[in-house]
Design a protein around this ligand. Structure first.
Ligand code: DLL
Length: 435
């Protein structure tokens, strides 16, 4: 049984990938220059003409795009096709500032769903599978993407959307879901709820999960795998590129293959914009090669990761990206120290705590303070009479060893931290409220 949706593309030799990318890039730059006034202006300002781009070796000549550009161009300024040729929009959650609205032609949707079909087949998905889609339906891209992929593979979809966990569990058990798709924090919540209802991991028919849309650690992966009795795979994407499926994990579970026949990935130094060599850690930048309606070139994702072209045992030749190690705009600077929430999560899970936590950062008398509220399991809770202060101290110490700064740890009662059905809110930075 083949684990590929499009084997000829997914395993093509690296020289062929470069050739395909070069040919598509030349055409795409022309398309963008002719149709997207906003980007034409940026190219003109930089003195670059479409004729200057003869292949991927010229990519670095093109200007970058950032989220700020998309906000400036909102809503129609980045459109590469007349509205009458567009069939769909999706949008980011827009917690800060204006939402980004992305447009799709029918061909854009087809390419997107093919990418998601590759992701589904890479985890062993077939037309025999029952795919429970517990990402939110609607403006968010999560559900539409994986459902489109499941349709292409011919699997049966349970379009549950996120939330209503009782009903999720009932459908999962009654209809024998075999692949679960949702955010990792929601997967952890479903796993916890199953346990509370007395189910054991072997009681469900699940074999795999495709989890993404937010950062999660290897420790959390192991927790979910154990709790649900499955293999948990990562999937990455962003609304601006299309949604989930820009990259996906294969059986090796050591990073996500980027669909390089549709996207060129670069790693840059986030401070200087300089392109870094393979293996360097930096900000991921994408160029869409096939997108018609929302054709972004050199889009800065803010996600920090490393690319690797090491041979993969799955046979795919597409470059792999590590899990994003945080976003350059997610990074907290506390007393001058760079802190990523994922570092704290790693410590919590290593020390035997739950992934239910919240970080509260504040500024008192011009001094940054960091508190980490961590939920105890019911077993830990009943065990700890008298010992909580010691446990808090020891956890604070473990975090200090990792970060170099001293947090205050509060161990809180089971179920006292609000659960997330979509992307989890891990950080409350009260300093921002003061700006
Ligand atoms: O989160 C698309 C998606 C849906 C991906 C379902 C995977 C599964 P946005 O809401 O636009 O799109 O958020 C994009 O989420 O720039 C990353 O910072 C973060 N992100 C997405 N996938 C992962 C992941 C969707 N696997 C932003 N690991 C991106 C870590 C992720 N962060």
């Amino acid at each position: 049984m083949s684990n590929y949706y499009q084997i000829d593309k997914e395993t093509m030799p690296v020289e062929d990938i470069r050739k395909v990318q070069s040919e598509k890039l030349v055409k795409q730059v022309k398309h963008v220059y002719e149709n997207v006034e906003y980007y034409r202006d940026l190219m003109d300002k930089k003195g670059v003409k479409p004729e200057d781009i003869k292949g991927i070796e010229d990519l670095h000549k093109l200007p970058f795009l950032t989220k700020l550009d998309l906000r400036d161009a909102y809503p129609y300024g980045m459109l590469g096709k007349p509205l009458k040729e567009c069939v769909r929009i999706h949008s980011t959650s827009g917690t800060t500032g204006r939402r980004v609205v992305a447009f799709y032609t029918q061909r854009d949707l087809d390419v997107w769903y093919e990418c998601c079909a590759r992701a589904l087949m890479a985890v062993g998905g077939t037309s025999e599978d029952v795919v429970q889609v517990a990402y939110g339906y609607g403006l968010f891209t999560g559900a539409s993407g994986v459902q489109g992929g499941a349709d292409k593979v011919g699997a049966l979809t349970l379009p549950m959307s996120s939330g209503n966990t009782e009903r999720q569990i009932q459908f999962m058990m009654d209809l024998g879901a075999t692949i679960l798709c949702c955010t990792p924090s929601y997967a952890a919540y479903i796993s916890e709820s199953l346990k509370e209802q007395g189910y054991k991991p072997e009681d469900n028919k699940l074999k795999a999960g495709i989890f993404g849309a937010e950062p999660w650690t290897q420790e959390m992966r192991r927790d979910i795998e154990k709790g649900l009795g499955i293999k948990a795979y990562d999937i990455y994407g962003l609304t601006e590129m299309m949604g989930p499926g820009v990259s996906f994990e294969c059986s090796e579970q050591t990073g996500m293959h980027i669909n390089e026949d549709h996207f060129i990935a670069e790693i840059i130094d986030p401070e200087t914009g300089e392109v870094l060599p393979e293996g360097a850690k930096g900000e991921l930048v994408f160029t869409c090669l096939d997108k018609e309606a929302f054709p972004l070139l050199r889009y800065r994702t803010r996600d920090i990761c490393i690319l690797s072209r090491e041979k993969c045992s799955c046979g795919r030749t597409f470059v792999k990206m590590t899990k994003p190690m945080g976003r350059s705009d997610d990074m907290l600077i506390i007393r001058g120290v760079n802190v990523f929430p994922s570092q704290i999560e790693t410590v919590l899970l290593k020390e035997g705590y739950t992934p239910n936590y919240q970080i509260v950062v504040d500024r008192v008398n011009n001094n940054d303070t960091i508190e980490v509220n961590v939920e105890l399991t019911p077993e830990q809770f009943s065990d700890t009479v008298g010992g909580i202060t010691d446990m808090e101290k020891s956890l604070a110490n473990a975090i200090k060893v990792m970060l170099g700064i001293n947090p205050k740890v509060n161990l809180v009662a089971p179920r006292s931290i609000v659960r997330s059905e979509g992307k989890a809110v891990r950080v409350i930075d009260k300093r921002k409220l003061l700006d």
